[in-house]
Design a protein around this ligand. Sequence first.
Ligand code: SF4
Ligand code: SF4
Length: 152
Amino acid sequence: MAVPFTCTDCGRCCVSLGRSITIERRVTGRHYDCREAVRRETFRAEVGDEHRGMVPSSAGCPFLVRPSPGQSICACHATRPRLCREYRCASMRLFDRDGTERGHLGGRRSLLTEDPELRALWDDGEGEEESAWRERIESTFSGAGYRVEWYD
Ligand code: SF4
Ligand code: SF4
């Protein structure tokens, strides 16, 4: 059964997709007029009080802050553009017995994982009808002890 997608705030897409965001003008000490090049939209970003003075990461979006390795913060989260609000990095995630994410599907049928066991089990079912393929691949992964989570 599909569940709503949840963003884990890992910040990976802020490094890649975030490159499409540029600041065009500083309006006040915390407001910026910005352009987002994928959807060709403009937006006004407001930096949250708690993030003022934070130094943006040198990679990706100008609002991405990395206070420590592995931690990512969007300094304008409440006013982030539509691209960021609607982006889904995964249509499915795979978790091991401990609940640790081991891989995910990017796009419709591209497995992204560093787990060799998952890689060996993978079959993109080229040409196979979607629901039959999902059922089959879920059964394969479940049988090997992984939990499969599909997203709407
Ligand atoms: S959409 Fe995905 S890649 Fe982007 S921050 Fe959320 S979990 Fe990470
Ligand atoms: S605006 Fe926020 S959510 Fe969007 S790419 Fe930048 S840091 Fe990430």
